[in-house]
Design a binder for this molecule. Structure first.
Ligand SMILES: Nc1ncnc2c1ncn2[C@@H]1O[C@H](COP(=O)(O)OP(=O)(O)O)[C@@H](O)[C@H]1O
Ligand SMILES: O=c1ccn([C@@H]2O[C@H](COP(=O)(O)OP(=O)(O)O)[C@@H](O)[C@H]2O)c(=O)[nH]1
Ligand SMILES: [Mg+2]
Length: 222
């Protein structure tokens, strides 16, 4: 059967035509620039993204923030599921997170904002593959690195005021395990493509930011 074949029912032909009209990925590398921001829980991804937004023309999209907003949205069919996954430190099924990211990107692109820091995503190989197939191919990945000991300290401190259901010792242990077992393979995958810029994060926020700027100085013309 070919596209437009009159023997195919009209509904099917319409669906085929729509699929053919939707570019894959949705945004080309000319239209948008995507930088993935990865690193363990509490390493400082959100903090450093805020610095980059202040100094450069980036849109900051945190997958975790988008999931928490969806969880809190009245009438969301995914609220309970997201809540459970986050508390257990597990990765929410990719369809949900990718749809949230894609919608958020579409809203920004409509207003002419096209440079994205995608923070805390992709955390699992299936997300990486599907996002790059369907939404956009990344320019490179920033990988923030530091010891679990330091991350634990930062998360417990953040937990004093964050109100987050996963900033407690039980959830943190599970998040560390998920990071090592499920998210590190994504970083390794992009390493094989020479697309990872690693930034040590043990020092103060300002020192880390200075180092980050130094490491990306030749990439900021994107
Ligand atoms: N370099 C740093 N030194 C000390 N504390 C930091 C540093 N970077 C971030 N923090 C703090 O650690 C906590 C986690 O940072 P955050 O940016 O939320 O990390 P992530 O998004 O990777 O979980 C926050 O309370 C933040 O203020
Ligand atoms: O692509 C993602 C990003 C986040 N999460 C969930 O959201 C939680 C919090 O993510 P966030 O990036 O906000 O945490 P951080 O690393 O900043 O502490 C994770 O532990 C996961 O349960 C997810 O399922 N998929
Ligand atoms: Mg964060």
């Amino acid at each position: 059967m070919k596209l437009g074949d009159p023997e195919i029912p009209i509904e099917v032909r319409e669906k085929q035509a729509m699929a053919a009209a939707t570019p894959v990925p949705a945004f080309s590398r000319d239209e948008v620039k995507v930088i993935f921001v990865l690193g363990g829980p509490g390493v400082g991804k959100g903090t450093q993204c805020a610095h980059l937004v202040r100094d450069y023309n980036f849109v900051h999209l945190s997958a975790g923030d988008l999931l928490r907003a969806e969880q809190a949205r009245e009438g969301s069919e995914f609220g309970e599921l997201i809540s459970t996954y986050i508390r257990e430190g597990k990765i929410v099924p990719q369809e949900i997170t990718i749809a949230l990211l894609r919608n958020a990107m579409q809203d920004e692109v409509k207003t002419g904002r096209t440079k994205f820091l995608i923070d805390g995503f992709p955390r699992k190989m299936d997300q990486a593959v599907k996002f790059e197939e369907d939404v956009a191919v990344s320019e490179f990945t920033l990988y923030f690195e530091c010891t679990e000991e330091v991350m634990l300290h930062r998360l417990l401190k953040r937990g004093e005021t964050s109100g987050r259901a996963d900033d407690n010792i039980e959830s943190i242990k599970k998040r560390f395990k998920t990071f090592v077992e499920t998210s590190m393979p994504v970083i390794d995958y992009y390493r094989t493509q020479n697309k990872v810029i690693t930034v040590p994060c043990e020092k103060t926020k300002e020192e880390v930011y200075d180092l980050l700027k130094e490491k990306i100085s030749d990439r900021m013309s994107i």
